[in-house]
Design a protein around this ligand. Structure first.
Ligand SMILES: C[S@@+](CC[C@H](N)C(=O)[O-])C[C@H]1O[C@@H](n2cnc3c(N)ncnc32)[C@H](O)[C@@H]1O
Length: 281
């Protein structure tokens, strides 16, 4: 295991969050002095959603939505766990005749999206929900495994969750898939990213060449996490289990899997594994 990866797992997640915040804060100060802040994007220190390549990742996913998911400019779209608008920001350029609804459990992210996206684009709507997650919202009061999405049945043409089910536990995912089934139109598109584990990935994990060290089983043998005390920091699922759940909730039609390079696979598209499918008609 290389030093960077060792550090990732040695440091407690709270220390990592603080270090990341300080690093980004320093970058914000430099950008401020140079006058080179990015127009329409949140300051770096507010980025709690992962990769430092915020703009690049957002653009990448909107491209995938169009190319792999056939997203239309007039679609009604749901962004589950929208964070601080990484995907919503570039979507404003494309969803000109459609609508986007996003919800998240991080108050700061939703506040920023409302103020900086919805004010300019009235077809973009954001909502905060106070759901508990040990990594993202330790004081949350609502249980994700009992949460009903605040939208009517069959409302959406296209639903996506990028890097969200990689932070959610099995029962919560079951509840979210049943809600996706309820609010997605028959034939509607479902675009979800995962850390999906199969034999090739399992081998790479055992050889310590995968980016995520999924060594702790979570209640059984289909879910594995990497940070001993915080499963929600990073959790992967056996590929068979994911497919089984999509099938159980009628969202497995025309399933295409585009594996990512997090696990150091030979063939890959993005970082996480992308599952694109449709709801049964
Ligand atoms: C890695 S971030 C990704 C954010 C966003 N999807 C993106 O791609 O930029 C994970 C997000 O999932 C959100 N999240 C975690 N559990 C959630 C839940 N039960 N419901 C909705 N969002 C959740 C977190 O608050 C966080 O914003």
């Amino acid at each position: 295991m290389n030093f960077k990866k060792k550090l990732k797992y040695i440091l407690p997640v709270s220390a990592k969050k603080t270090l990341k915040y300080l690093f980004y804060l320093a970058q914000d100060i430099i950008f401020y002095i140079k006058g080179s802040q990015m127009e329409g994007y949140p300051p770096k220190r507010l980025n709690f959603v992962g990769s430092s390549e915020f703009k690049k990742v957002g653009n990448e996913f909107v491209k995938y939505f169009k190319e792999l998911g056939n997203l239309k400019s007039n679609d009604v779209v749901l962004d589950i766990g929208c964070g601080i608008g990484r995907i919503a920001i570039p979507s404003t350029k494309y969803l000109t005749d459609g609508e986007l609804y996003g919800f998240d459990i991080d108050k700061r992210g939703i506040k920023w999206c409302k103020k900086n996206i919805s004010k300019k684009f009235s077809n973009f709507h954001f909502q905060y929900v106070d759901i508990f997650n040990k990594y993202y919202n330790k004081k949350g009061k609502i249980h994700a495994d009992k949460f009903s999405f605040p939208y009517k049945n069959n409302k959406f043409d296209f639903i996506f969750a990028t890097s969200v089910f990689t932070h959610m536990l099995p029962k919560q995912i079951n509840q979210y898939l049943s809600e996706i089934k309820r609010v997605l139109k028959p034939g509607g598109k479902c675009f979800l990213t995962w850390f999906s584990i199969d034999e090739e990935v399992q081998e790479n994990i055992n050889k310590h060449v995968s980016n995520c060290n999924f060594i702790y089983p979570y209640e059984g043998n289909f879910a594995f996490y990497s940070h001993k005390n915080v499963p929600e920091a990073e959790i992967g699922y056996m590929e068979n289990w994911i497919i089984e759940q999509l099938r159980k909730f009628d969202c497995c039609e025309n399933l295409k899997i585009h594996h990512g390079n997090w696990s150091n696979r030979k063939e890959s598209l993005s970082y996480q594994d992308i599952f694109v499918s449709e709801k049964k008609k």
